[in-house]
Design a protein around this ligand. Structure first.
Ligand SMILES: [Fe+2]
Ligand SMILES: [Fe+2]
Length: 146
């Protein structure tokens, strides 16, 4: 993982290196990070299954809305990687649903811990590998707003 991310295994911290230079998207990414931190806090403090499932549902709902927002912006920007990026969103939503299944099935504590870490990892990898590509495109094409 990149050294530009300040995080423990359990917490993600926002830093300016994560900015895509589109303020409303940065705000959504910050909110997403907060939800992932809430999920991991719920897991490590051994909150009940209902609390954990509600954290996970909030992440899924947020992801669906956020991905749709990014894809709308891609059309406005004529972003050439839009199709590939949307495909990554579809894969990520499927992966999040699959992880949600771990919580639905109950399972052992270590499975929940692993699932929580997977959610964090999937978010970080997408932000660093995919969202940063449109940051670069926007910077090059004077679409950035920071
Ligand atoms: Fe994205
Ligand atoms: Fe994003």
């Amino acid at each position: 993982m990149s050294s530009q991310i300040k995080s423990s295994p359990w917490r993600l911290e926002w830093s300016d290196e994560l900015s895509v230079c589109i303020p409303e998207i940065d705000a959504e990414h910050k909110h997403f990070i907060m939800l992932v931190n809430e999920l991991n806090s719920a897991i490590i403090s051994r909150m009940g299954i209902e609390e954990i499932k509600s954290c996970m549902s909030a992440i899924l709902d947020d992801a669906v809305a956020h991905f749709a927002h990014e894809e709308t912006l891609f059309r406005q920007w004529n972003y050439p990687e839009a199709g590939d990026h949307a495909e990554k969103h579809t894969q990520l939503k499927l992966a999040l649903h699959e992880i949600m299944g771990t919580f639905e099935r109950g399972g052992f504590d270590y499975e929940w811990i692993e699932a929580g870490l997977k959610v964090k990892q999937a978010l970080v990898v997408h932000l660093l590998n995919e969202d940063m590509k449109y940051r670069d495109y926007c910077l090059k094409n004077n679409l950035s707003r920071c």
